[in-house]
Design a protein around this ligand. Structure first.
Ligand SMILES: *[C@@H]1O[C@H](CO)[C@@H](O)[C@H](O)[C@H]1NC(C)=O
Length: 117
């Protein structure tokens, strides 16, 4: 093989691996209709947002509501007389019911770092 072809093949393999990883690690969350939502790679969180009597679910990135580094629920707050509460977690389909948040796994930290750097 020529050097040029070797480089091209290397790039191809690299892209293929990138695609596989991307697919495998993109988070899946429940949306408000309890259907599966495929999150963007930048959306590292599943969120469940309780606004009064309305429950909203979906993907979130750190700039929206899940600004804390740890998964879990945020303090309840009042806005215009409506009680708001939300929880963020980082496992596939973890925003379903009121379950204790699972431990943040070392594995996910590694993956997060891999995605960002
Ligand atoms: C929460 O509910 C109130 C009243 O229904 C609404 O005005 C407000 O926009 C909602 N807030 C969010 C963040 O969804």
């Amino acid at each position: 093989m020529t050097l040029r072809l070797q480089k091209f093949m290397g790039l191809l393999v690299f892209l293929l691996v990138l695609c596989l990883f991307d697919d495998a690690f993109a988070l899946k969350c429940y949306d408000s209709e309890m259907q599966t939502a495929n999150c963007e790679p930048i959306q590292l969180w599943c969120i469940k947002f309780i606004n009064g009597s309305t429950i909203t679910r979906g993907c979130a990135n750190v700039n929206d509501y899940c600004y804390d580094e740890d998964e879990g629920c945020y303090p309840t707050r009042e806005e215009n007389g409506v009680t708001q509460k939300w929880c963020c977690c980082q496992k596939d389909m973890c925003n379903s019911v009121n379950s204790p948040m699972a431990l943040f796994s070392v594995f996910f930290i590694v993956v997060s770092l891999w995605v960002y750097f």
